[in-house]
Design a protein around this ligand. Structure first.
Ligand code: PSU
Ligand code: MN
Length: 332
């Protein structure tokens, strides 16, 4: 079987060849996460933010059966207006490719395609997680199992309280996924800067996050890293404002028997309607904020890779360092 093919645009191809900074972006947020035209405007704005911060944006999608990293303006617009694009998580890709279909890629699918393309950094708004009531429904997003298997670093604004945030953090712990909060101890809750739960780690610069990525990879961890970047203060919603709205939307989804891949798009659309667009406004602000941080991390990571070992590669097997008494760690 020939290797998997991914069609790149020129900008992404040039950057990857040069080992330059690239940020992967998902497309389910375009096809199923936001209404038109806010979805298109946001996708365009997010690409601009990545460029302004010194990296190349690679919007990932499945178009007419082809895996794509880097879309041109017309393709992005067609995707934003598409009525027949499906929502594809990693498991859906092969079947949609065979029927030459078009899909927005979720976090799990985007991580996988980014890894295949050699793009280690990916910015999104929120990742999927363990849903409330998962002990009854078993509804746990494939984003979490993908994070446990694919070494892509995902920059998000935490997870929404449409999910059970505490169980989501438990599941990430089981999956060996480090959760690093940026410039805070708190794990953020997407619309708000605090979830009431702490993140495992705090790092305060893009350079430090890039170092952690390189070390995590060099240790052979083979899992993703979740970077949690709180929504900017000025754009955050208050708990008092959003909690009731989220509860109402979740109750409505339950009453209507919404299940499986429809749950998250239903909740996002309902919360947007019930909040009269306030949730969408916060969503747009936080994804731009994540794109900026992701680009800064990509710049730092690219510099780190180029600087190490002279060959641009950081990966490889561990080297042993003897302590001062020169006691061998392992006798031959
Ligand atoms: N959360 C958001 N916006 C989104 C999504 C989640 O705030 O657009 C999308 C992402 O693409 C994510 C997917 O990967 O929903 C998760 O879907 P599910 O819960 O069905 O796994
Ligand atoms: Mn689900």
């Amino acid at each position: 079987m020939a290797p998997i093919q991914i069609r790149l645009n020129r900008e992404v191809e040039d950057a990857l060849k040069a080992g330059g900074p690239v940020v992967a972006l998902e497309s389910t947020i375009i096809t199923h996460g936001m209404p038109f035209p806010a979805n298109l405007e946001t996708a365009q704005a997010v690409e601009s933010v990545v460029r302004e911060n010194g990296a190349v944006p690679a919007t990932i999608a499945l178009i007419d059966g082809e895996l794509r990293a880097g879309l041109d303006a017309a393709e992005l617009e067609a995707l934003a207006q598409s009525k027949d694009a499906v929502k594809a998580s990693g498991r859906d890709l092969a079947a949609v490719m065979v029927r030459k279909g078009t899909a927005g890629t979720t976090v799990s699918a985007t991580m996988r395609i980014a890894a295949l393309a050699g793009i280690p950094i990916f910015a999104t708004g929120g990742v999927g997680g363990v849903h409330r009531g998962a002990e009854q429904t078993f509804d746990i997003s494939a984003d979490l199992t993908e994070l446990g298997q694919t070494g892509t670093t995902v920059i998000c604004a935490g997870v929404k309280s449409i999910l059970d945030i505490s169980k989501t953090l438990e599941y990430l712990e089981t999956q060996r996924v480090p959760v690093i909060a940026y410039r805070t101890e708190d794990f953020p809750a997407f619309f708000t800067r605090k979830s009431g739960l702490k993140a495992d780690h705090r790092l305060d610069s893009a350079e430090d996050i890039a170092k952690a990525m390189a070390l995590h990879e060099a240790m052979g961890s083979q899992t993703g890293i979740l970077v949690a970047n709180p929504v900017p203060e000025a754009d955050a919603l208050t708990d008092a404002f959003i909690t009731g709205t989220i509860n109402d939307a979740v109750a409505e989804a339950d009453a209507k028997g919404i299940a499986r891949k429809e749950v998250t798009p239903f909740l996002l659309a309902r919360i947007n309607e019930l909040s009269k667009g306030e949730s969408l406004r916060a969503n747009i602000a936080l994804i731009k904020n994540n794109a900026a941080l992701a680009a800064q991390i990509a710049v730092a990571y690219s510099a780190l890779k180029k600087g190490s070992n002279g060959n641009g590669r950081f990966e490889g097997s561990a080297r042993f360092i003897l302590n001062r008494e020169e006691i061998p760690i392992r006798s031959a």
